[in-house]
Design a protein. Structure first.
Ligand code: SF4
Ligand code: SF4
Length: 155
């Protein structure tokens, strides 16, 4: 009886296999596909490389409150705060992040920093081509993450 049941199981499995052979291929054509992502397709919630956002006036949303660094389980966010002045205004609040680094050697892309941020300054983008042979290149700096002003006007 068990032989019959096993054969029935194999036949069922093979019927699915042969049925799928005739279906169109479902794989993504990366890196030879079309578009800026070269064929890669992401869900909206995909947690890729971080982006530091600006507000509608082009000012940086980060107010250097350090909550993201405190929430980070990998302790991989380094921030140096500085004061805005009347002459030089970087963010809409009292302070801004003069230095904002994330060490991607340690980041686990958990999203806790994004959750903790009270101003929605730090977000996950869809950047994913982060591999490098030099670990130093994995310390991502503010200039690498900050949304360009041009991107704001293009929205
Ligand atoms: S995604 Fe997680 S590990 Fe990476 S910087 Fe944010 S809190 Fe830290
Ligand atoms: S990114 Fe957000 S949580 Fe982190 S220091 Fe800036 S404002 Fe605070």
């Amino acid at each position: 009886m068990s032989i019959v049941r096993n054969l029935a199981g194999i036949a069922k499995g093979m019927s699915i296999t042969f049925g799928e052979i005739l279906e169109p291929t479902q794989v993504e054509n990366y890196p030879d596909g079309k578009g800026p992502l070269r064929g890669a397709i992401f869900e909206q919630r995909f947690r890729g490389a971080h982006v530091l956002q600006r507000d509608e006036n082009g000012l940086e949303k980060c107010v250097a409150c350090f909550l993201c660094a405190a929430a980070c389980p990998s302790n991989c966010i380094f921030i140096e705060a500085a004061e805005n002045t009347e002459e030089t205004r970087i963010s809409s609040s009292e302070r801004y992040a003069k230095v904002y680094n994330i060490d991607y050697n340690r980041c686990i892309f958990c999203g806790y920093c994004v959750e903790a941020c009270p101003t929605d300054a730090i977000t996950h983008g869809h950047g994913f081509e982060l591999a490098t042979l030099n670990a130093t290149n994995l310390v991502i700096r503010k200039a690498d993450m900050l949304l360009p002003v041009a991107a704001l006007t293009a929205k």
